[in-house]
Design a protein around this ligand. Sequence first.
Ligand code: XMP
Length: 520
Amino acid sequence: PVLVVDFGAQYAQLIARRVREANVYSEIVPHTMPAAEMLARDPAAIVLSGGPSSVYAEGAPALEEAVVTAGVPVLGICYGFQAMAHALGGQVARTGAREYGDTTAAVTDTGSTLFAGQPGSQQVWMSHGDAVTTAPPGTRVTATTPGAEVAAFEDDDRRLYGVQWHPEVLHSAHGQEILTNFLVSGAGIEPTWTSGNVAEQLVEDVRAKVGKDRVLCGLSGGVDSSVAAALVQRAVGDQLTCVFVDHGLLREGEAEQVEEDFVAATGVDLVVVDARERFLSALAGVSDPEEKRKIIGREFIRVFEQAARDVVRAHEASHEDDHPVRWLVQGTLYPDVVESGGGTGAANIKSHHNVGGLPDDLQFELIEPLRALFKDEVRQVGLELGVPEGIVWRQPFPGPGLGIRIVGEVTADRLDVLRRADAIARAELTAAGLDRDIWQCPVVLLADVRSVGVQGDGRTYGHPVVLRPVSSEDAMTADWTRVPYDVLARISSRITNEVPEVNRVVLDVTSKPPGTIEWE
Ligand code: XMP
């Protein structure tokens, strides 16, 4: 792999994704990993990420010289660039010329490997206080910016490269080309990592791991569990049984998408548990959001547990074979792995997935076929495996579903009203081509609020719904999306016309923070 050494800023994941976008497999390692351990993984190249600090600051993350002298091709970025310069005998100093944001870099060496095929002047995105003042011996300076005389250097013989700016961010106009030039021309790596052969490899891995044993998977209808299930199905066929708990809190058409389209496209053996009544009774009379979340989570586990037991018993009773139901599929993704321990081993994974905490008599080993992938790669693999586009491109949807989008008690009637309003909003946003611009757009029913309206000749006394379109990278922070007025107007007029219980549509213009994305 290409190792991306994480110096503690938020850029390592982005770099790893960009490397993969260049069709080269990459993994993130913490800067605390000893050089010997990094080199033992036989990296095809090493990328040193940006970081928050100055190389001279107390406690600044150190770079072992061995990383840049072992003969492995290295690209240093921002802090990584300075740490590399420092380790190779160059000078880094606090010049006082802070650069932050967009600036222009002048390429000063037309024979440069990193900048081959690019204009001599390019927009780059900077964020630094220190600067390299003297390039390391044996390297040549290849670019400058107004605030950094040595903004890039390279040494083709030792295959060492560095840039002061951030090629991984989109504001750097030729950033992706710089990364590709490093990987392909500088490091000599063949760019062969594609969704097609990734899928193939993952299928083979699952097949080897599972053998003849049987596998269980909880399907939520979301992207991750669907792609994981499709992958395992491709690997071991009907050794896999999927359980889909219909809790009645999904949006219009979603249960059908799982029960019909997904099954038709992938051929998975699916057990559907219709638990709609059970969830409704458990939620009766409850308005408090935390209470609702607890109830939904608890009921979900119970229903899944029971279904899992049934699958195990049915298998044992059938005497089909002696292979136990041994594995449970989880749709864990790479960012979860990195966040919970640097991706170096079987660190504890955030248990944010719907299936967790199963009781002792149900002991499964986890199989996590997507744990090396980013979300966009999971989608590509899903398409490769024939998972329906409606599922592959599904926006995030919370486990507790519409249960936390009805402010007030959850009832069958209210779910029905919200489902109709939500379907209209989704259809119009899709028709306007906004699906990929919007992270997600919860539609929230203010079930305990009523307002006066007028329609036809009559007074109405209905409920408002809230549109909550947000833009985000990772749901940790978000901004409200500036959906064009004419699209909002269409959504509003269609909802108030077609859903008689709703007589007002309002727009949530709060960012996160302070507002969360969901209302409850
Ligand atoms: P908030 O409302 O915290 O939401 O800004 C952040 C993201 O998480 C989703 N979300 C959930 N997902 N189970 C989930 O699987 C949950 O209980 C849950 N609550 C919120 C939300 O839709 C958004 O994408």
